[in-house]
Design a protein around this ligand. Structure first.
Ligand SMILES: CC(C)(COP(=O)(O)OP(=O)(O)OC[C@H]1O[C@@H](n2cnc3c(N)ncnc32)[C@H](O)[C@@H]1OP(=O)(O)O)[C@@H](O)C(=O)NCCC(=O)NCCS
Length: 148
């Protein structure tokens, strides 16, 4: 297994995977080039994530995705472990914002994030059409925080 930081000129090649976590290309482009993208390879590309600087103390996980076929094999957690140690010492905390989806919250909580706050109606206010994860409509943005 190998985790690599991807250069700016190669980032666009990961759009298909990034779109699994965020369906809007324009929203992805807003953070893709100000953030750092990490790719996990294990006999081929399995997962990606993007982390951006939000302040001197805080960074934010903007996107994390594993190809459907490889979900539940620990790749997402390995990527989180890697970025926690990469950013430890540079930032005090990492934030992540997500829809109020039980299994996604469970994934982050299993990896040490704790619920911090929420932004009511974020998804209904910022996207042009209603968004769903399986059958659950995304309405509020839930923020979780991990001390590094
Ligand atoms: C969230 C995601 C990145 C996790 O990646 P992964 O490689 O499957 O992660 P891991 O194998 O380390 O952990 C899987 C855990 O995620 C949770 N989980 C993720 N999706 C789930 C689902 N559809 N149903 C149930 N649990 C799920 C479970 O807690 C699971 O733990 P378990 O295997 O012990 O049951 C992956 O499911 C994904 O790409 N989802 C689509 C994109 C997305 O929604 N990204 C997050 C945006 S905020």
């Amino acid at each position: 297994m190998k985790i690599t930081k991807i250069s700016d000129c190669e980032k666009i090649n990961f759009m298909e995977l990034l779109l699994l976590a965020d369906e809007d290309v324009k929203m992805i482009e807003k953070y893709l080039y100000r953030g750092e993208l990490f790719a996990l390879y294990d006999d081929g590309l399995k997962s990606v994530c993007v982390v951006s600087r939000e302040s001197d103390d805080v960074c934010e996980l903007k996107n994390i995705a594993t190809y459907d076929k490889w979900n539940g094999k620990g790749y997402g957690s390995k990527l989180l472990e890697h970025i926690f140690s990469h950013y430890r010492g540079k930032y005090a905390a990492m934030l992540v914002g997500t829809g109020d989806i039980p299994w996604i919250l469970q994934f982050y909580q299993k990896n040490g994030f704790k619920i911090s706050h929420r932004i009511p109606n974020f998804f209904t206010d910022n996207y042009e059409h209603p968004m769903f994860d399986n059958d659950i409509q995304l309405v509020d943005m839930v923020y979780l925080c991990k001390c590094l």
